[in-house]
Ligand binder design. Structure first.
Ligand SMILES: Nc1ncnc2c1ncn2[C@@H]1O[C@H](COP(=O)(O)OP(=O)(O)OP(=O)(O)O)[C@@H](O)[C@H]1O
Ligand SMILES: [Mg+2]
Length: 475
């Protein structure tokens, strides 16, 4: 049916009667005074409008005050989905806007998509299907053992069954090491499963760069990956970035954070950047955490991951972090979830159960014997330590203790040159860095000592501009 066409189908007649009854029940008098009358019905592509001519004595606020929208929504079984509006260009007319049910073709299309999956089943065993490209990013929260990893496995295995690595690729980040490592070796992986937190951040940096690269390619062919793939002759894959335990990354990022600049968390802005521009570039995030607290799932993170799944949680406050509403504290665990798609209502579902054996079976089917890693990403991970040092050199605001913490976490041993680069900027001595690793016990006070024989100090013994004076210990 064409958009805007007048219709008389069964579903609409149903609603017509219900709306009429509701108007009568609310004592909203229409033109014919006794019988509530719908003057016109228009079916749009996504919603339909039922227009009602009211008595000239009717006061519009009465329709609002009587909660007509809520009452109609309640009556037709579409709570919170109905809107009531005065119709422009028509006298004394209000329009009741009701969303259309998805057509069988819509459902068919959704099922066929190579990025769709079954989120779960409701109590009547009706499946809810979602497409990651429409979500377009998903936040998953739940206490330990509540079903997050099983749910993520269900998504991955479904997509693996439907898609080749040319269509969908994954960047899997698994700081807990056990959750996603079974996928090691499938051709769909952009790099081996990332288990170290610092490498995870490096891989997300790569993803942000990849997104920019894709934007540059796409702009000559259209506005998004779909248009690019349809016309360029060289289609790009969709990339799904999965982080199974976001808290670990967030904590690492917070450790290196400058106290003076508390609003600047690099990881947050990185995730936000990928999320904001990712959809058009075919890049989607799935972020899971067992710590649904406001300091892990910050406002920035939440605002950028619009579809949500909440598994069982300890308290209302945690449920609120994920869903913006209470409820998850009453869930039963083991896949019992509240699903809130972007722009949709919260729905209680039971997630599909995918066992470790199922995963193993699907992984061995998906394996082709060779991996298809992205060279640029592998290189980025390789160069990651170098980058950390460079960033530290540029990031003059970091305190010495923050720098030390970063070096320790990353297991980085600086070269003498690097120490000298960092020293004047950090406001301390290179010996501080050296001391951490060599346990030389040099550094105390403001004058730091360094053997001139190592060629690192000013041989004349004087101060070099910007550097602190160095001389051998005890000299
Ligand atoms: N959809 C489900 N149907 C049935 N059982 C489930 C379902 N999801 C999870 N379970 C059960 O709960 C167990 C724990 O699930 P899962 O490993 O997904 O938890 P998790 O939320 O990832 O926990 P953690 O935060 O500790 O990683 C599973 O081993 C399984 O026995
Ligand atoms: Mg898990």
């Amino acid at each position: 049916m064409d958009a805007g066409q007048k219709v008389e189908d069964a579903k609409m007649t149903d609603y017509t009667t219900t709306i009429s009854n509701t108007l009568t029940a609310l004592k909203i008098n229409t033109k014919t005074a006794t019988n509530a009358e719908i003057t016109e019905t228009i079916q749009g592509k996504r919603f339909s409008v039922y227009e009602i001519k009211l008595n000239e004595s009717f006061v519009l606020t009465k329709a609002k005050r009587s909660n007509l929208a809520e009452q109609v929504g309640f009556a037709i079984g579409k709570p919170d989905a109905v809107r009531v509006n005065a119709v422009a260009g028509k006298e004394y007319t209000i329009g009741i806007e009701i969303p259309n049910d998805p057509t069988p073709e819509d459902n068919e299309k959704k099922i066929r998509s190579n990025t769709s999956f079954i989120v779960g089943e409701d109590i009547r065993k009706k499946s809810t299907i979602a497409d990651i490209t429409e979500m377009p990013h998903l936040l998953v929260g739940g206490t330990t053992g509540s079903g997050k990893s099983v749910f993520i496995n269900a998504i991955i295995t479904t997509i693996l069954k439907k898609s080749s690595y040319k269509e969908v690729q994954f960047l899997m980040i698994d700081p807990k090491v056990t959750e996603l490592t079974p996928y090691e070796g499938i051709p769909h992986l952009l790099c081996p499963v990332v288990t170290e937190t610092h490498k995870a951040i490096a891989s997300l940096n790569w993803a942000a760069e990849e997104m920019d690269r894709r934007y540059n390619l796409i702009k000559n062919h259209g506005r998004n990956i779909e248009e690019y793939n349809a016309t360029s002759g060289d289609p790009m894959s969709k990339i799904i970035i999965i982080i199974d335990e976001f808290a670990d990354l967030m904590m690492t990022a917070n450790k290196g954070r400058n106290k003076l600049d508390a609003d600047d968390n690099g990881l947050e802005s990185l995730v936000a950047r990928i999320a904001q521009k990712g959809r058009a570039a075919g890049m989607h995030l799935i972020v899971a955490t067992q710590y649904p607290k406001a300091d892990i799932i910050t406002g920035v993170i939440k605002a950028n991951l619009p579809s949500r799944v909440a598994f069982s949680m300890p308290a209302k406050v945690n449920s609120n972090v994920i869903l913006g509403a209470a409820g998850a504290e009453a869930l039963l665990g083991k896949g019992d979830m509240l699903f809130k798609p972007i722009g949709g209502r919260i729905e209680r579902l039971q997630g599909l159960y995918v066992s470790d054996d199922d995963v193993e079976g699907i992984v061995s089917e998906a394996k082709t014997g060779s991996t298809q890693y992205d060279k640029g990403l592998l290189e980025a991970l390789e160069n990651e330590k170098k980058q950390v040092v460079e960033t530290m050199t540029e990031e003059y605001r970091l305190t010495i203790s923050a720098r030390k913490e970063i070096l320790k976490r990353y297991g980085i041993r600086l070269t003498h040159e690097q120490m000298w680069q960092l020293a004047p900027i950090g406001g301390g001595s290179p010996i501080i860095y050296d001391d951490m690793y060599l346990k030389t016990g040099f550094c105390q006070g403001t004058l730091f000592c360094r053997p001139v024989s190592q060629g690192m100090g000013d041989p004349s013994g004087g101060n070099v501009e910007g550097y602190e004076r160095v001389k051998p210990l005890g000299a």
